[in-house]
Design a protein around this ligand. Structure first.
Ligand code: HEC
Length: 147
């Protein structure tokens, strides 16, 4: 296909893709072969999701490049790897919460004193966070208790 033809194909495909949410897309495309049980149990890095979806393409999955990208984005966003707040280092916490290193260190100090965090609400109560809005980070955090 020429570049122009590819551009045209991409343009023509756009409206159809835009109608589909990532969720609807994954449900439509993936369930042609199997249900989403194995998928919904997994949390993976973006790289790992991309490898899985590539594997599905090699098994005969039919989707445009744009749809493939969108499916990977959706899976990485909704089923990414979560940071375990109770095992995280200050550096990891600073990155995940987008807070300064000093705040992250204070969270670690709090955890050392008060014990593992049980919930997001408990984390939010750490004074060092100062009421900072971390709501959007909720889905990237895991509160499993250390064994
Ligand atoms: C053309 C058919 C087909 C389509 C479409 C398809 N798959 Fe699969 N998938 C398979 C087959 C075949 C297996 C292997 C089953 C087994 O291992 O027993 C599999 C296995 C899997 C597994 C478990 C194995 C692993 O690597 O972890 C996951 C997760 C998965 N698929 C996710 C997806 C997702 C997400 C999509 C949509 C983006 C998708 N599949 C679309 C055929 C398909």
């Amino acid at each position: 296909m020429t570049k122009a033809a590819m551009g045209l194909a991409a343009t023509l495909c756009l409206p159809a893709i835009a109608q589909d949410s990532g969720k609807a897309l994954v449900e439509r495309v993936c369930t042609k072969c199997h249900n989403l049980e194995a998928t919904s149990r997994q949390h993976n890095t973006r790289e790992r999701w991309a490898a899985i979806v590539d594997d599905m393409v090699s098994r005969g999955m039919e989707a445009s490049d744009a749809e493939i990208e969108k499916a990977i984005d959706y899976l990485a966003r909704t089923q990414g790897v979560r940071l375990n707040v109770n095992k995280a280092t200050a550096e990891e916490l600073a990155g995940a919460l987008n807070v300064p290193a000093s705040t992250a260190s204070a969270i670690i100090a709090y955890r050392a004193k008060a014990g593992p965090f049980k919930s997001f609400d408990e984390l939010k109560r750490v004074p060092a966070l100062n009421g900072k809005d971390i709501e959007s980070k909720k889905d990237s955090l895991d509160f499993s208790q250390p064994k």
